[in-house]
Structure formats: C-alpha cells, structure tokens
Design a protein around this ligand. Structure first.
Ligand code: TXA
Ligand code: MG
Length: 319
C-alpha cells in the first residue's frame, strides 16, 4: 500500500517488517537496524549479495555516536555542513552494529536523509533504519513511489509516499584513510566541489571491482533491462543502429531529424540539477517501451554532470 501513514510505518518497523521510505536522493528499502531478521529480509528482497554493506540512516548528527567512534574532525565538519543531506560517511563501527549491515567490515556507512516525512519517522523510532536503494540489485534506483511499487508490489506492506525525490541521484559516499584524509568512495548528489569547499582537496577512490574499500561498487549498476549506450555523436550512432527500435535519452534538445523516435529530454533549460532529478525516471519510462536500444547523449562533464555520466556509463555496461 502507498500511504503517508507514519504510525503504521513505525508499527511495521517495530515488528521487523520492511517498508519503503522517501529520501531526497532515491527511495530506500528500510528495516530496523537493531534487528538481524529485518536486515536479512532486505538482502533477500533485493537479491543483494551479502558482501555489499548497507547504509544506516539516523535522525540527526547527535545520534552518530550510537553508531560510530573515533570520528575524524573532517567528518564532523562535513556532517555539520551537509546533514540532513545527500552525504554518507564511512566511519569506524561500534561493536553492536551487526556484521550483516557492514558485510563484516570494521566500518559503517551512515547518513541523515533530508526528507520531512522520513525525518519525522526517524525521530519517532528508537532505532536507526538500514536502507539500500529500493530496487532489485543492479537495476535503476527508484525516485518515486510508483517505481518502488513496480519492483516490489506484492512484497512490501507499505510504501511511504513522499513525492518525487528532489535530487534524484544517490548520496555521495565519503570514507577516510589511516591519516583521516577524506576519500570519495561513490560520486553522488553532493558535488566534489561542495565537499572541497568544506574540507579542502579530496581524492576519489580508484574504483575497480576488487577494491576492498568499495564493496559492491560494481561497474555495472543502475541499469535498465533495455541495452543502453552512451553517445558523443548522436547522428553517427543513429546511423549505426538504424535497424533497431531506438529510444533517445537527451539533455536539452529533441532530435528534430528523427521525430518518430521515442525521446526523453532531461532538462529543456539545460539545467544539470534538473537533469539529475529526471534521469532515473526517464530511464524507467524508456525501459517500459519495448525498445531494443536506448541511446543516451553524453552530458556536459561538469559539476553533477560528471556524476550523471558516471551513472550512464555504469548503465551501459554489458555483462
Ligand atoms: O542516497 C542513498 O545513499 C540511498 C538512500 C536510500 O539513502 N541509499 C543507497 O544505498 O544508495 P545502496 O545500498 O544502494 O548503496 C550503498 C553503498 C553501497 O555501494 C555500499 O557498498 C556502500 O554504500 N557502503 C556501505 N557500507 C560501506 C562501508 N562500510 N564501506 C564502504 N562502502 C560502504
Ligand atoms: Mg543502490
């Protein structure tokens, strides 16, 4: 059921059931972080490998010391500036945090989401919520309640209705090395520039699937079922694939030469934040059209555009 009933949400979570929650980034598949039974259900429902750890959602910075210890100064600076918001911190975990949540690692990922309904829910609970994005493992993250319903219609007693996600792209994940220097584990809604304006220069983790610091950051991710390619030369790509049923994912302008093709425009005004907000919803829609190929236009590689190109590149990987 889709509703805004926080009391029901609270009751279900206390009974170790799972619900979907809205956040400013994407919808999450939430369970009680203190209950292994609930945590296991999340992995089962998502078909997520157990080696891929979950994010713990807390109601405010005050609760951070219930989850982590030995917190670097830079982590506090970031949390004070950007929480509630699309920033996830990877910190040393306290012993009572389940190894299921952290996939056996000695660190835990934690954030305060910025959505009024979910913050109000978290404030009424006496436990944090573990919540991965509410999609089956590897597929496109949901940015509205109908997306979640499409994935998990019969398996979830409640999807909390929080409207369309304001940011539309997952949180940025920041960890720390032995010298407490910040490292970006996953690019996301909070830009690298914003992070650097707060704590100075930061490095990006070298992503490869073997990197133990970034479990589960597989190169193929965020994928529609329809094959997708990213193009820097649309006319040429259209010629190469003219025999296919093509859909276009475009930044700001429709392709006038091919008015009969299904086209999604991410931001008619050319605004990259608006494009971010619309990207997954456009991918969801194109994926429903029975196409044989989606051609996505490469976006300007600046600010959040860098993150969108990262998501498109992952969506385009063939296994
Ligand atoms: O915006 C978001 O972050 C959304 C909303 C629901 O909060 N959540 C989300 O969760 O994107 P998920 O599970 O789809 O992605 C969490 C990422 C995973 O790639 C996982 O590897 C990483 O966080 N992660 C979790 N714990 C970690 C840890 N201890 N060390 C390194 N990475 C970790
Ligand atoms: Mg995810």
């Amino acid at each position: 059921m889709i509703s805004q009933d926080i009391n029901q949400a609270k009751q279900l979570l206390e009974e170790k059931e799972l619900i979907a929650i809205p956040t400013e980034t994407v919808y999450g598949l939430a369970g009680n972080a203190w209950e292994e039974e609930a945590i296991k259900k999340i992995f089962e429902l998502k078909k997520r490998p157990l080696k891929n750890p979950l994010i713990v959602h807390i109601s405010s910075l005050d609760k951070l010391d219930q989850v982590a210890y030995d917190i670097p100064q830079a982590a506090y600076q970031l949390a004070k500036r950007f929480w509630p918001g699309p920033l996830t911190l990877v910190l040393k975990k306290l012993p009572h945090i389940s190894n299921l949540i952290t996939a056996g690692k000695d660190t835990v990922a934690v954030r305060v989401p910025n959505h009024p309904l979910t913050l109000s829910l978290l404030n009424q609970l006496d436990f944090p919520l573990v919540a991965p994005s509410a999609n089956p493992f590897g597929s496109i993250s949901p940015t509205s309640s109908p997306h979640v319903e499409k994935y998990f219609k019969n398996d979830l007693p409640l999807i909390l209705e929080g409207g369309e996600c304001e940011k539309g792209i997952e949180s940025t994940i920041v960890g720390f090395d032995e010298e407490s220097r910040a490292i970006i584990y996953r690019l996301g809604s909070l830009s690298m520039e914003e992070i650097e304006s707060c704590i100075g220069k930061v490095n990006l983790l070298n992503h490869n699937d073997q990197n133990p610091e970034a479990p589960g950051m597989l190169s193929k991710h965020y994928s529609p079922k329809t094959p997708l390619i990213v193009s820097e030369d649309m006319e040429n790509s259209l010629l190469s694939f003219h025999d296919k049923a093509i859909g276009l994912l475009l930044f700001k302008k429709a392709n006038k030469n091919n008015p009969n093709l299904i086209q999604e425009i991410l931001s008619p005004t050319g605004n990259l934040s608006e494009a971010a907000k619309n990207l997954y919803a456009a991918m969801h829609r194109l994926d429903q059209k029975g196409l044989s190929l989606i051609i996505a236009e490469k976006l300007p590689n600046e600010g959040i555009g860098i993150v969108l190109n990262d998501r498109l590149a992952r969506a385009s990987k063939f296994e």
